[in-house]
Design a protein around this ligand. Structure first.
Ligand SMILES: NC(=O)c1ccc[n+]([C@@H]2O[C@H](COP(=O)([O-])OP(=O)(O)OC[C@H]3O[C@@H](n4cnc5c(N)ncnc54)[C@H](O)[C@@H]3O)[C@@H](O)[C@H]2O)c1
Length: 265
């Protein structure tokens, strides 16, 4: 069902092989956009594109890309521009979870993590701004942070560090882009049972194979969520699609929690 009309709009979704990024790519495709997908997982991203091809006559494609390397993200933008011409929408969703505690992580661990969760978004936004400003027709940029970026975290301080920095960075991108008619906003997901939760539950169970991971997940959801349930990747995609739509033309540099009431800021 079409909720928004992105017919004739060209989108890039980075991190589209799995979970939230995949749901975003499918949501934009459902609403008529041409979608170019990027991800480090070729098997995953090609499967997302195959799924989209069954949906409509719009154009889809993918590039394998490692967001921690700017030249790799630049090649993805080049591929998308060659296929579509203009780029109107860019969504940066690629990310990983980092369970190490504050004094456990080596400088290499920290760099590797921030190269993906922070620098990946920095490069994606730089390329989006350059491309959209050159085109001169405005655009929409949406970054995926996390409620985990809203405050410090004892169990996952480096994840919080990267996601918190994404909130600040997105405001800078919004201020730079606004005079050019480019809106940058952020979605902060709460708890969505994607493959990322395999890493979180493994860490939270202390690697104990006897811990019932499903029950642990449900306990975490109950403890954190006033709404009483986990959220879905599709619910994240609705919020992203709204930010990408004309109805959000006046929204600049905002971060929206989609988290069932977990965080109220
Ligand atoms: N699932 C949640 O509960 C939750 C909550 C808050 C925020 N988030 C954020 O949502 C975003 C999507 O996560 P998800 O839950 O869908 O997880 P996921 O693991 O399902 O998807 C993450 C995607 O990023 C890709 N990726 C990882 N490293 C990459 C790299 N170096 N280059 C390119 N692609 C790379 C993966 O291949 C995968 O397709 C992430 O930024 C995550 O931090 C998720």
């Amino acid at each position: 069902m079409m909720i928004f009309d992105f017919s004739g709009k060209n989108a890039i979704v980075v991190g589209a092989a799995s979970g939230i990024g995949k749901a975003i790519a499918l949501q934009l495709a459902d609403n008529g956009a041409n979608v170019w997908c990027g991800d480090i997982s070729e098997a995953g991203v090609s499967a997302t594109v195959d799924e989209m091809k069954n949906k409509s006559e719009a154009k889809y494609g993918y590039s394998v890309c490692n967001v921690s390397q700017k030249e790799s993200v630049a090649a993805l933008f080049q591929d998308a521009a060659s296929a579509f011409g203009e780029i109107n929408i860019v969504v940066n969703s690629a990310g990983v979870f980092m369970p190490k505690r504050l004094l456990e992580a080596t400088p290499e661990d920290i760099k590797k993590h921030l190269d993906i969760n922070l620098m990946g978004i920095v490069y994606g936004c730089q390329l989006a701004l350059e491309t959209m400003i050159k085109q001169g027709t405005g655009g929409k940029i949406v970054n995926i942070s996390s409620v985990g970026g809203r405050q410090g975290e004892a169990k996952s301080p480096f994840y919080a560090l990267g996601k918190g920095a994404v909130l600040n960075w997105s405001q800078s991108v919004a201020l730079y882009g606004a005079p050019h008619g480019i809106n940058c906003n952020t979605v902060c997901p709460g708890i969505i049972k994607t493959p990322m939760w395999d890493t979180i539950l493994e860490a939270d169970s202390g690697g104990d194979p006897n811990v019932d991971k499903e029950e642990l997940f449900n306990q975490i959801v109950r403890a954190r969520t006033p709404l009483g349930r986990a959220q879905t990747a599709e619910e994240m995609a609705y919020a992203v699609a709204f930010f990408c739509s004309e109805y959000a033309d006046a929204i600049v540099g905002q971060a929206l929690n989609v988290d069932g009431g977990d965080k109220l800021n």
